[in-house]
Design a protein around this ligand. Structure first.
Ligand code: ADP
Ligand code: ASP
Ligand code: MG
Length: 406
C-alpha cells in the first residue's frame, strides 16, 4: 500500500462532469489499496473571475480581503469533489487550508508555506476517508486566510506529499507532461520523460507555468518524486527527479518565456556608492520582487543607467517609488516598459558545453530581434526582448537547439 497525493488543476475540475471523472480516477487509486490525498484548484476560470471582481473595485487590490476572496474558488471545488466521491460509494471529506494546518507567512497574495499538519490527514486515512484538500490557500499565525500565488495548488500538493512522506505526488493537468517548450505554442514540442529538479526549477521560475516554482523547491528539498501527467488519459507523463548522469548530455533541455514582467529604467543616476542599495532597499521594503538587474559602465560626469525588471502588477508602484527617489539620485529620469518578455533556454548540459550563448544571440539577430537585457546562470541564459516577438523567438530557438520533433 502506498500513499499517493494527486493534484487536479482548474481545467481538470472545470465542470461537474469532469469532477465526476476525477472522482472515478481517485476512487480507482483508492481501490488499488492506496491512501489518497487529493488537492484541487478552483474550477477553470473561477480564480480569474474573482481577480476581475476585485479589480472592478480597486486597481491594485492586495492584502487580507483579496486573499479571502481568491481562496473561495477552491472551497467550491473541494466540496463538489468530496460529494462526487461519496456518490461512488466511498468515504470522503473536504478540508480547507486551515483545517489541515497549512501554516504560511503573512505575505498576502504570495504567502510561503512554513509547515503542514499531517495528523489531521492521517486521522482521515484511519477512518478510511479520501481526503480532499483545497489548494492555493493557507493560514497565517493570526488565523488570516492567505493564498500562495497563482498556480499555488501545485505547491500545496507537493508540500503535503513532503509532510506525509508520500510515495509520489501526481500533478494531473491539461497537457500530458512537461515539454521542451509550451506545447500549446509550438507544435513540435516534445515530451520530456525525466527532468532534474534543478532544470525544472529554472523552467518554472522562467515562466513554464506547468508547475509553480515553489512546488519544485519543495520537491527538491524533500526529495518528493513529482509525476506530471494528463487528467484525460492514463499515459505516462514526465517525472521530476534528482539529476541523473545522462542528463548532462542534452545541452538545452527546454525553451521558455515569461510575459509577466516589466522593465524599469533609471537614466542618468549619480554614480556613487550606495545608489543601488537605496534603490533596491526601497523596492524590497515594498515587497516588490526584482528579477534582472543591469547597471551600465559609468558614463560621462559620473552618471550611469540602472535597469531592472519587476512583476507587471507592480509597475505603477515601482515607478512611483523611483520617482520619489529620483531627486536623491541626482534627478535620474524614470521610465517603464510593460511590453517586454523574457525568453530563456535551460539545460544542465550547459555546464559542460560551450557555444550556447553565441548560438542563441545569433539565432535572434538573424531574425532581427533586438536583445534588451541578458542574464545567465550555470544552467540558463535569458534575454529580454520586445513582447511582440516572443512566440517567434521561442519557435526559432526551439528549432535552433534541435528540440523540434522530427
Ligand atoms: P493547471 O490548471 O492544471 O494547473 P496550468 O495551466 O497551470 O494547468 O499549467 C499547464 C499549462 O502549462 C499547459 O496548458 C501549457 O500551456 C503550459 N506550459 C508552459 N510551458 C510548458 C511546458 N514546458 N510543458 C508543459 N506545459 C507547459
Ligand atoms: N486557483 C489558483 C489559480 O488559478 C491556484 C491554482 O490553480 O493552482 O492560480
Ligand atoms: Mg497550474
Amino acid at each position: 500500500m502506498a500513499l499517493v497525493v494527486q493534484k487536479f488543476g482548474g481545467t481538470s475540475v472545470g465542470t461537474t462532469e469532469r469532477i465526476g471523472r476525477v472522482a472515478q480516477r481517485v476512487v480507482r487509486t483508492r481501490e488499488q489499496g492506496h491512501d489518497v490525498v487529493v488537492v484541487v484548484s478552483a474550477m477553470a476560470g473561477d480564480t480569474n473571475r474573482l481577480v476581475g471582481l476585485a479589480y472592478e473595485i480597486d486597481d491594485e487590490p492586495v492584502g487580507r480581503e483579496y486573499d479571502v476572496l481568491l481562496a473561495s474558488g477552491e472551497q467550491v471545488s473541494i466540496a463538489l469533489l468530496a460529494l462526487a466521491i461519496q456518490k461512488l460509494g466511498h468515504k470522503s471529506r473536504s478540508f480547507l487550508g486551515h483545517q489541515v494546518e497549512i501554516m504560511t507567512d503573512s505575505v498576502h497574495g504570495r504567502a510561503r508555506i512554513e509547515s503542514v499538519g499531517a495528523d489531521v490527514l492521517r486521522e482521515a486515512f484511519a477512518r478510511g476517508e479520501i481526503a480532499v484538500v483545497a489548494g492555493f490557500q493557507g493560514t497565517d499565525k493570526d488565523g488570516n486566510i492567505t493564498t500562495l500565488g497563482r498556480g499555488g495548488s501545485d505547491t500545496t500538493a507537493v508540500a503535503l506529499a513532503a509532510g506525509l512522506e508520500a510515495d509520489v505526488c501526481e500533478i494531473y493537468t491539461d497537457v500530458d507532461g512537461i515539454y521542451t517548450t509550451d506545447p500549446n505554442l509550438v507544435r513540435g514540442a516534445q515530451k520530456i520523460d525525466r527532468i532534474s529538479y534543478e532544470e525544472m526549477l529554472e523552467l518554472a521560475s522562467l515562466g513554464a507555468k506547468v508547475l509553480q516554482t515553489r512546488s519544485v523547491e519543495f520537491g527538491m528539498k524533500y526529495n518528493v518524486p513529482i509525476h506530471v501527467r494528463s487528467s484525460f488519459s492514463d499515459a505516462e507523463g514526465s517525472w521530476v527527479v534528482p539529476e541523473e548522469d545522462t542528463m548532462e548530455q542534452v545541452v538545452v533541455r527546454a525553451v521558455t518565456y515569461d510575459k509577466s514582467e516589466a522593465r524599469i529604467s533609471l537614466v542618468g543616476v549619480e554614480d556613487r556608492p550606495g545608489v543601488a542599495a537605496d534603490v533596491f532597499d526601497i523596492l524590497s521594503e515594498a515587497n516588490i520582487v526584482v528579477d534582472m538587474i543591469i547597471q551600465n559602465a559609468s558614463r560621462e560626469q559620473g552618471r550611469t543607467d540602472l535597469t531592472f525588471t519587476v512583476p507587471k502588477a507592480n509597475t505603477q508602484e515601482a515607478t512611483r517609488l523611483m520617482d520619489v527617489l529620483s531627486a536623491q539620485l541626482g534627478g535620474a529620469t524614470v521610465s517603464a516598459d510593460t511590453a517586454i518578455s523574457k525568453v530563456s533556454v535551460v539545460g544542465v548540459g550547459m555546464r559542460s558545453h560551450s557555444g550556447v550563448a553565441s548560438k542563441m544571440f545569433r539565432t535572434l539577430s538573424d531574425a532581427s530581434i533586438n536583445i534588451q537585457m541578458i542574464a545567465t546562470s550555470e544552467i540558463k541564459i535569458s534575454v529580454v526582448i520586445d513582447e511582440l516577438y516572443t512566440e517567434l523567438a521561442v519557435r526559432l530557438l526551439h528549432r535552433a537547439f534541435g528540440l523540434d520533433a522530427a
